[in-house]
Design a protein around this ligand. Structure first.
Ligand SMILES: [Zn+2]
Ligand SMILES: [Zn+2]
Length: 158
């Protein structure tokens, strides 16, 4: 089986705007700024990181986007799968930008490089768990930690 399961294609701000309005959310200018700021990250970021980045404009003026708005918007984006929550090697939660759809992630424990993959090995297990436990299961998480190619020590094979 050689079919690639990773999904490197990026999502754009306009795609996110479309998804937001399809879900009935207005594209306010704070939301727009939050989306654009989130898209600058190709590594996992925390809500607090985004708060800090959005607080200071490049021109030195104070941002008027409140912390609550940022947290709420990130939650909305996560609920639409535009952002995924990933657990960092240290155990704290972060967000990573994604194309919509069910995702799991490989996370480099050294540099936090993140690769999404769509194949879900849990699906079958979930069906068995429901049958065995009568739980209503609505979510699951799976992160795979390791070292990305960049962070692996050089091999001395040459
Ligand atoms: Zn790495
Ligand atoms: Zn899954």
């Amino acid at each position: 089986m050689s079919q690639s399961v990773t999904t490197p294609e990026p999502i754009t701000a306009s795609h996110i705007r479309t998804i937001l309005s399809q879900h009935g959310y207005r594209i306010t200018s704070p939301r727009q700024r939050i989306v654009e700021q989130a898209l600058l990250h190709d590594r996992p970021f925390t809500a607090e990181q985004l708060v800090a980045e959005l607080r200071n404009h490049e021109d030195g003026s104070e941002s008027n986007i409140g912390r609550a708005t940022i947290y709420r918007t990130l939650e909305i984006l996560a609920s639409m799968d535009v952002l995924s929550r990933v657990i960092q090697p240290g155990g704290h939660a972060a967000y990573v930008v994604d194309a919509p759809g069910h995702r799991h992630h490989l996370v480099c424990s050294q540099c936090s490089a993140t690769v999404a993959f769509t194949s879900c090995p849990i699906d079958e297990l979930v069906q068995d768990l429901i049958a065995d436990t009568q739980f209503q299961i609505h979510d699951h998480m799976l992160e795979v930690f390791g070292l990305c190619p960049e962070c692996q020590p050089p091999t001395n094979g040459t």
